[in-house]
Ligand binder design. Sequence first.
Ligand code: AMP
Length: 280
Amino acid sequence: MIIFNKIDEIKLYLRKQQNAGQTIGFVPTMGYLHEGHQSLIRKAAEENDITVVSIFVNPTQFGPSEDLAKYPRDLKRDEIKAKEAGAHIIFHPDDKEMYPEGYKTYIEVEELSDVLCGASRKGHFKGVATVVAKLFNIVHPDKAYFGQKDAQQALVIKQMVKDLNMDTEIVVCPIIREEDGLAKSSRNVYLSEDERKRSLVLSKSLRRAQELIEQGITDAKIIRSEIVGMIEKENVIIDYVEIVSADTLKQVDKIEGKILIALAVKVGNTRLIDNIILER
Ligand code: AMP
């Protein structure tokens, strides 16, 4: 496993490999790796000659009142987890390497960035799109792997790649969950024992929504109010509960075609997200 901190060095190394005919799979992360990240790394390692994992807690995607400073970091642990899952290279730049003094360029993916998480986290997807574009320019991946856990992020990145004629194929991988249903997240370490129990309502309410839809209920309002009712019982704060088209993120009244049910809930001080994609 090789760890690069400098853009010039990883670029030089990867260009040599690519000139020698090696394909590159890329998994961008903010570190504190768990089995969700590892599932993406495994898939990348299966499908490419070289697997690169970036670990960078990207300051431009955090709002001023968010958890940038306390976001969990542990490079030694990440090295072990990345290697175990089949990564060959870690790219771990510092903030100055990615955003040197005088940095001025940002990417905005319109509309898709303004709803759901983008509505409550202003500028979040501008930061995400910008850092992913920079990382793609550094790594030149043949394929890049993203989790459906961040369904909106995956859509924003797909749109950016299409609009900017980037040569990377985007692969979206399923949500990995704890045994009791909680979606794995680096932020789960923030949860107290009691909050951890209450956070189960996210996956439970999504499963209930799926059941209702399978029973034939097609009115999105009914599904939404069932989810909201379940969550409200748990003494947590709802950021949003939305039922939208899985392709456009526009709200739907009727459950038909491919829909995304997405939630963001604050359990104590921890903001958790979860979602399900259903096709009817
Ligand atoms: P993060 O480190 O939170 O920025 O996540 C890096 C990548 O891992 C993103 O593409 C996430 O969607 C993905 N990811 C995070 N948690 C999970 C999970 N539970 N299952 C699948 N993918 C995940």
